[in-house]
Design a protein around this ligand. Structure first.
Ligand SMILES: N[C@@H](CCC(=O)N[C@@H](CS)C(=O)NCC(=O)O)C(=O)O
Length: 202
């Protein structure tokens, strides 16, 4: 049985939980109490020396980095498919996943973390403004790519959408008004039962 070391408020963990739900894979969760700095405990560092969640453990196999975990789940449980069968489209999903991390999630962290967990006087407003501008630039590119399509690649929901879901959740918190196709796509992602079921309370 898969054991997912995670935190219910963690965006990257949510990606993995969404995939587990989409694929109906049985799993257990182990909450890493980050407020109590449990992610820095030697026992957790022995699993994930980068002191981050999520970490997947299955028998003696340990895997971290949410996108790598998503690829593992897809390889091991190929149905329902969250990757297209066409080689070019698979590569495009991979590209979208990578760009999500490079152009969106890193910047989103600069805004979301302080806004969710720190008092206002500790917010770095200049860093927040810069991150917001970078995300807006990225969303303008996604807007053109989405065009009239429902999903980023081909016509299907994929691992790329799973990567974005926890982050588009916080567009209102980030005070980012997405362009229309991105807004419709975000709403589509957030309406999926796997997203509704994993919606964070903070
Ligand atoms: N690239 C990692 C990022 C994971 C990550 O940054 N997780 C956050 C929680 S959402 C974390 O554990 N932060 C703790 C820290 O960086 O000290 C992934 O995709 O899994």
């Amino acid at each position: 049985m898969i054991k997912l070391h995670y935190h219910p408020f963690s965006t990257y963990s949510r990606r993995v939980v969404i995939a587990l739900i989409e694929k109906q894979i049985p799993y257990e969760t182990v909450v890493v109490d980050m407020a109590a700095r449990q992610h820095r405990d030697p026992a957790y560092l022995a699993l994930n020396p980068y002191a981050r969640v999520p970490t997947l453990v299955e028998d003696d196999f340990v895997l971290y980095e949410s996108t790598s975990i998503l690829h593992y789940l897809e390889a091991k449980h190929p149905t329902p498919a969250l990757l297209p069968s066409d080689a070019r489209q698979r590569a495009q999903v991979d590209m979208a996943m990578k760009l999500c991390d490079l152009q969106m999630t890193r910047q989103a962290g600069t805004i979301i973390f302080p806004k969710r967990f720190l008092p206002k006087e500790r917010w770095d407003l200049a860093a927040i403004a810069q991150a917001k501008a970078e995300i807006e630039k990225h969303l303008a590119i996604l807007e053109r790519q989405l065009g009239g399509h429902e999903y980023l690649v081909g016509d299907g929901y994929s691992l790329a959408e799973i990567c974005y879901t926890p982050f588009v959740q916080f567009l209102p918190l980030m005070e980012i008004e997405p362009p229309p196709a991105v807004a419709a796509w975000s709403a589509r992602l957030l309406q999926r039962p796997s997203a509704v079921q994993t919606q964070p309370r903070v």
